[in-house]
Design a protein around this ligand. Structure first.
Ligand SMILES: Cc1cc2nc3c(=O)[nH]c(=O)nc-3n(C[C@H](O)[C@H](O)[C@H](O)COP(=O)(O)OP(=O)(O)OC[C@H]3O[C@@H](n4cnc5c(N)ncnc54)[C@H](O)[C@@H]3O)c2cc1C
Length: 175
């Protein structure tokens, strides 16, 4: 048996023609009594909004510099209708909550567009990025792994680019 985290892979079209071999095996005797009992089964009407199914994610790393600058990422996420994600050092520094952690020890995301500010791209982080459709990365270091993974890589100060984006978007909304 195998399990995968939600949104790790793109769903492939269902093939109802596929046939599988069904083997009937005899049940072991003296099985222990189950300690779990199904009380009720209720399917939720709507798919709940979670970071795992968000279309836009604005992720920030240590390169954001400090908590105050990191908090500005929420402004961009709000303008774009997205969520904020974070790397482990950011969570450990208390700039973001643990439930914002993206990666091996956190959430696996699959947004249509991912903004990555000041993130190096360590494997423990990128393993949680699933199949983000489009990545915009901002980093001072063009050699950072995250920059190589990006569709658009901006070599600059993360805080500066964030401020420019916020200013531009707010202006567009006012017009
Ligand atoms: C068992 C284990 C599990 C882990 N699980 C996770 C996990 O789930 N998620 C996770 O994220 N990490 C995890 N980690 C940690 C991971 O290995 C990395 O340390 C972490 O992802 C690095 O975070 P970062 O990119 O924010 O920081 P850094 O690696 O320090 O990178 C900061 C980046 O910011 C850039 N930068 C600096 N200043 C600026 C600036 N002013 N403007 C723009 N760019 C700038 C730098 O060039 C650098 O690329 C795990 C580690 C272990 C050992």
């Amino acid at each position: 048996m195998a399990t995968v985290r939600p949104e790790t892979f793109k769903e492939i079209p269902h093939n109802y023609e596929r046939k599988s071999i069904v083997e009937r095996l005899p049940l072991m005797k003296n099985l222990p009594q189950p300690r779990i009992r199904l009380v009720e089964y209720e399917r939720s009407a709507e798919r709940e909004h979670t970071m795992e199914n968000a279309a836009v994610i604005v992720c920030g790393g240590r390169g954001m510099g400090n908590k105050k600058k990191f908090k500005k990422l929420h402004g961009l996420a709000k303008l774009l209708g997205g969520d904020v994600g974070a790397t482990r050092p950011v969570v450990y520094a208390g700039w973001a909550d643990y439930n914002a952690l993206v990666g091996q020890a956190g959430k696996h995301i699959k947004p249509k567009i991912l903004f990555s500010f000041g993130i190096s791209g360590a494997i423990q982080h990128t393993t949680g990025l699933g199949e983000a459709d489009f990545i915009v990365a901002v980093n001072k270091n063009p050699q950072a792994t995250m920059m190589k993974m990006a569709d658009v890589a901006i070599v600059s100060d993360a805080g500066d680019v964030l401020n420019i984006l916020l200013k531009g978007l707010r202006k567009r909304i006012r017009e």
